[in-house]
Design a protein around this ligand. Sequence first.
Ligand code: NAP
Length: 259
Amino acid sequence: MTDAGSHAGRVALVTGAGRGIGRAIADAHAAAGAGVIYLDHDRALAEEAARVAMARGWRAVAVAADVADEASVAAAVRHGTETLGPVTLLVNNAGISPKSGSAGGKAFVWEMQAAEWRRVLDVNLTGAFLVTRAVVPQMREAGYGRIVSISSVAGRTYCDIVSVHYAATKAALIGFTKHLAGELGPSGITVNAVAPGRIDTPLMRGTAAEANEAVRLATPLQRLGTPDEVAGMCLFLTSDKAAFVTGQVCDVAGGWLMT
Ligand code: NAP
């Protein structure tokens, strides 16, 4: 079996596509032949990523939206869809991990501000809900869809380098994934999560160097991962090769977590 053409002619929406893991996921889908909606709340980053993609001959459009804002998500999906067509591939990647705490960026629960807790839930969890809800009608209409949400090893087990709001949202995305896999399977839509370990991106550079080094040493492959390695797993899950895979959490963590 080959998946040649698996992504060609389809439209993918990737959130947080301006940089880091999201940009690698968006680029991988565009290179595989999908039209890609590069969504980021930083308009300049999204536009630059889409501009580079189009210069490579790929189909792309940039949309600026805060995934936590319902109206902004609706407008972005409308614009992206009008430009490239109905979305059948979605990667919920946008996420934040504030480094406001006293322990090398990590905030302990006793020092965490409620406003920061709410913002992390709004972006990491409600954002995935709002974007998913906006595109699922298009997938149901097509009788085909692939949804992938970027969770984290921190949503599967205790990780002392992140804060509790972040871990709670990444665990919640796993419940979100399993429930939607059940609801949407009969419509021909698969729903999976990817749980990266430590990946070298701007988001993790706010973490103390010693903490990242401790993770590296605890990882059997003895290094941090790359955005392209996470993108490779996403590209598989959105392909026809993964047609019978749903409700799963796929680790891309160099063996840091083995269950
Ligand atoms: P990143 O380098 O910070 O990139 C995230 C992108 O999402 C940025 O362009 C960011 O824009 C954008 N974004 C943030 N809030 C948004 C919002 N409300 N609406 C739309 N876009 C928004 O992060 P990353 O390391 O690539 O992480 C991507 C995903 O992987 C996240 O969900 C993260 O939790 C997850 N993850 C990362 C690691 C890791 O080690 N890096 C490990 C496990 C899981 P701004 O820069 O303007 O905020």
